[in-house]
Design a binder for this molecule. Sequence first.
Ligand SMILES: [Fe+2]
Length: 157
Amino acid sequence: MADTTAIGLHQASADQLADKLNTLLANYQIFYMNVRGYHWNVKGQHFFELHTKFEEYYTDLLTKVDEVAERILTLGHQPLHAYSDYVRVADIAEDKNVHDGEACVRGIVQGLQTLIELQRELLSLASDADDEGTASLASDYIREQEKTVWMLNAYLG
Ligand SMILES: [Fe+2]
């Protein structure tokens, strides 16, 4: 049917989901680079602990960047792949020259909060469209990142 995608979703729903996923992708890419910056720039007594932890986070973000982009392709759309587009589309702002460990951790908490909020909206759209693939991706990310927010807030005291 002309109004159905290769995986049997309504075309209009797939278009809307891909658009939301591209917004999510842009946010992941900016956030990834921010966390990479925290890994490089953090200073102080907790350097070794935070430098290592930030590497764990940005490595995980890179995996999610690829999964989100490939979900967009699975829906029959084109993932954004230029930094100029990411900066234009993302809600998360670039965070430069942050050296204080607690400020880095706060930046990560705020970034995760933005991602969680976007993914809740995505989950709701995906559920309405019977798109279980996108819904389960979003709910897995939400559950993981909610736990990370708890741990980072525990770190901040
Ligand atoms: Fe490194």
